[in-house]
Write a protein that binds this ligand. Sequence first.
Ligand SMILES: Nc1ncnc2c1ncn2[C@@H]1O[C@H](COP(=O)(O)OP(=O)(O)OP(=O)(O)O)[C@@H](O)[C@H]1O
Length: 321
Amino acid sequence: MTSSEPGLHTPDRAAASAAADVPALHLRGVVKRFGSFTAVDGLDLEVPQGVVLGLLGPNGAGKSTTMKMLTAQSMADEGEIRILGHEIPAESKWARARMGVVPQHDNLDEELTVEQNLRMFSFLYRVPRTRRREAIARAMRIAQLSDRGDTVVEDLSGGMRRRLLIVRALLHRPELVLMDEPTVGLDPQVRQDLWGVIDALRQEGATVLMSTHYIEEAERLSDEVALMAAGRIIERGTPTDLVAKYAGTTVEEYLPDGEGIDALEGRIRNHGFTTRRTGTTVSVLRAEELPQSLRDLLPVPLRRASNLEDVFVTLTGENVE
Ligand SMILES: Nc1ncnc2c1ncn2[C@@H]1O[C@H](COP(=O)(O)OP(=O)(O)OP(=O)(O)O)[C@@H](O)[C@H]1O
């Protein structure tokens, strides 16, 4: 967002915004328990302003629980949460005014039109009257729904609905946008359409925290990725740095040839390489470092570029979509 853009006028906004070094998100030692089960287990996470951070983790990692604490739908049992300098939950009213929340589940009003849905939220977000029309037009533009203003929501396609759900959270030009699995359950084409909306947000300089379990999505959209497992952040960095650190440049896939898969994998691991099973093949990370003496003993591999999924599987031991 540029400084000339209109925004909300909460009493403390000017003071808080003046400090550009105030992190958009600050979580320290956050714990959330459900009975004897600890869903979030001492979570530390700091997100500077202007960063698109993908919160990536397998099912049950604690992503949604974390999101709910940020939106004050759920209270942390321990720890410290601050959003744009506002303490949560005590100051969540101020934080909410400066952030947009895209829920995981579609809660659009199906009987209203696209424009009516946006108008209703422009009131809730207290968009000043003189700016409402432009805010709604902009939201429809970003969602590529400018020619659908009069369409009733129940007549929209799934992808259109999801785009509307996202831009509805942007009406007041929030400095921080929280998205909990914004593309879950959508077909790949529709997911990719939505990526354009998220890219547009990034270009406006908003901070985005997006939880997802689609690795490709996190890799494609995020400036940084935080990998979550069992209620904690286990690694964090740019996708490029994480891939370089854990998976090198090349992965080679070996189909056992004569010997069993266990023997093949054991032989490669004995040379200090990280491997993972992909169906009936063994994938070798950092394969560019395989010595020729070992290579001479192996079948001919398939080669591909290392990616974030290799990192994810290596660090969490889980396969994801
Ligand atoms: N209200 C609740 N009561 C009891 N357990 C809960 C509750 N909400 C979440 N959990 C448990 O906490 C753990 C973390 O759940 P959470 O929904 O935060 O994970 P997630 O990373 O968002 O996973 P998913 O991708 O499946 O949504 C899970 O084991 C879940 O079953």
